[in-house]
Ligand binder design. Structure first.
Ligand code: ADP
Ligand code: MG
Length: 227
């Protein structure tokens, strides 16, 4: 069933309704629904293979669900609307790739697109953000390929902040961070009141700070599965 968004629901960032995804005739997820309010920080947990990354890919429009629907700020994730929707999303993955060239080039690249031109002035905030995330400014002149996993993750988060993305989708995005830097990132996100965060995470730092933890397990959200 696809529900129409009403004006009273304008503060809802993500609406997932009766999501069903299958690969090769095997349902990974079925009947999964979730609403995330604007500014809410939600952690998705569950065993490996329970469909956490799959949910994030569907929100990004990288994967088309077999059943159900996803709305982002009232817009269905389907067809051409996906490009517009992606402008409100930032996705940081476990093994995040920043693209070729130097870190500075990787950070500046998205601002060359017309869609992000309005945010170009935010690049002034880069030194402050690097400092906040415990990153040395000298890192900007290094090749992206030479960065550690944890450095790549923090640069990707900084980029999301500079682009003023309203929703952060984090897929084990702090897995390579040491405890101190994990705490820094969590604290930063916690004070960003308007930022909506859906994160796949296992560590206590994320589970403690989340407004809500949603557990995915073959069973909890799967109904009517054909055996
Ligand atoms: P999680 O992130 O919770 O570990 P995933 O969402 O990555 O789980 O995967 C859920 C299930 O879907 C797993 O059983 C995985 O093997 C399967 N899966 C994921 N991607 C594909 C694919 N492209 N083709 C076939 N099966 C896939
Ligand atoms: Mg995963």
């Amino acid at each position: 069933m696809i529900k129409e968004l009403t004006i009273s629901e304008a503060g809802i960032a993500i609406v997932i309704e009766d999501l069903g995804i299958n690969y090769d005739d095997r349902w990974v997820l079925r009947g999964f629904s979730l609403q995330v309010v604007q500014g809410e920080k939600v952690s998705l947990t569950g065993p490996s293979g329970s469909g956490k990354s799959t949910v994030l890919k569907c929100i990004l429009g990288l994967l088309e669900p077999r059943e159900g629907s996803i709305n982002v700020f009232g817009n269905p994730v389907a067809g051409d609307a996906i490009w517009n929707i992606r402008r409100s999303l930032a996705y940081v993955a476990q093994e995040h790739e920043l693209g070729p060239g130097s870190v500075r080039q990787a950070i500046e690249r998205p601002f060359a697109f017309k869609a992000n031109a309005g945010q170009r002035g935010n690049l002034n905030r880069l030194p402050t953000l690097m400092d906040q995330f415990n990153l040395d400014l000298a890192l900007l002149d290094k090749e992206t390929s030479s960065l550690s996993g944890g450095e790549k993750q923090r640069i990707a988060l900084i980029l999301a902040v500079l682009l003023e993305r309203q929703i952060l989708l984090l897929d084990e995005a702090s897995s390579a961070l040491d405890p101190e830097n994990k705490r820094t990132v969590v604290d930063f996100i916690r004070q960003a009141d308007d930022l909506t965060v859906l994160s796949v995470a296992h560590d206590a730092e994320w589970l403690d700070f989340a407004d809500r933890v949603v557990h995915l397990s073959g069973g909890t959200h799967v109904k009517g599965v054909q055996q």
